[in-house]
Design a binder for this molecule. Structure first.
Ligand SMILES: Nc1ncnc2c1ncn2[C@@H]1O[C@H](COP(=O)(O)OP(=O)(O)O)[C@@H](O)[C@H]1O
Ligand SMILES: [Mg+2]
Length: 258
């Protein structure tokens, strides 16, 4: 057994003639923070959709813990331990913050017949989920909003909630799509603190898409650069700055635009 948690092998998907992901190959080591960067339209979000099972590849294989997952439905992939957050932090505005979290738990016995016929099992599950949800809300520092509608949260707080929702499922690997975008600096600090604790104490593995290069360089063990559906560079953060293909495809254009 090697230390690769996720392996994406020559994966491609086409949407109406557009090769959104075009032969991407990458892997993620157990316990690492791996960041995917690249210009808009590079295929980053599509890559996440492929890994989480929301869309199926036209070709290629995706292995998680050594087993193929590319043909599994999303809930099976989630059960294996891959949980994602969304670019726009999806929350259900008309449910309370606590309720939003409780929906994030898996193995809800209400979902199967035995659980359905056993109110005691169900109650035990709900109590446990509520405790876990409150614990997570404390961890991310928004427990004071537990009973409020999620709709009142700021964009940054919604991102924290979306992260907590993902954690309710006890993931092995988290896929975070632009977790810091649009989050104010104080909440970015908070988010970084939470991610660091998850990594060091709970040994979670992270694959994230991020635009802010300074953050990427600070937190990543490894950076994967995508452009036009392919991986054009892959290495430790420092090596990425020195890679001419990356500078041409990404860093150069960003420097001009900022
Ligand atoms: N559901 C879809 N239908 C059609 N085209 C799509 C779809 N999703 C993404 N694309 C296209 O695939 C390419 C990659 O998009 P995306 O993965 O969102 O890029 P990124 O996240 O790197 O900005 C873009 O050209 C985009 O327009
Ligand atoms: Mg995207």
């Amino acid at each position: 057994m090697n230390n690769l948690l996720l392996e994406v092998n020559d994966v491609a998907v086409t949407f109406g003639g557009v090769r959104a992901v075009n032969g991407a190959t990458l892997d993620v080591a157990v316990g690492s923070v791996t960041s995917v960067i690249g210009p808009n339209g590079a295929g980053k979000t599509t890559l996440f959709n492929l890994i989480s099972g929301a869309i199926k590849p036209t070709s290629g294989r995706i292995l998680f813990e050594g087993l193929e997952i590319q043909n599994l439905p999303p809930h099976k992939i989630a059960e294996r331990g891959i949980i994602r957050t969304f670019q726009g932090a999806k929350v259900i505005k008309r449910l309370s913050v606590l309720e939003n979290l409780m929906l994030g738990g898996q193995n809800n016995p209400g979902d199967n017949l035995i659980g359905f016929f056993s109110p005691r099992t169900r109650k035990a599950y709900e109590d446990q989920a509520r405790d876990r949800a409150m614990e997570l809300l404390q961890q991310i520092g928004i427990e004071r909003f537990a009973q409020d509608y999620a709709g009142i949260l700021s964009g940054g707080q919604r991102k924290l909630l979306d992260l907590a929702r993902a954690l309710m499922a006890n993931p092995t690997m988290l896929l975070l799509d632009e977790p810091f975008a649009g989050v104010n600096p104080t909440l970015v600090e908070k988010l970084l603190e939470v991610l660091d604790a998850l990594r060091t104490k709970h040994h979670l593995t992270f694959l994230l898409i991020e635009h802010d290069l300074e953050t990427v360089m600070n937190i990543s063990d490894r950076v994967i650069v995508m452009a036009e559906g392919r991986v054009i560079a892959d290495g430790q953060p420092n090596s990425i700055y020195q890679n001419q293909a990356v500078v041409d495809a990404y860093l150069g254009t960003r420097k001009q635009s900022s």
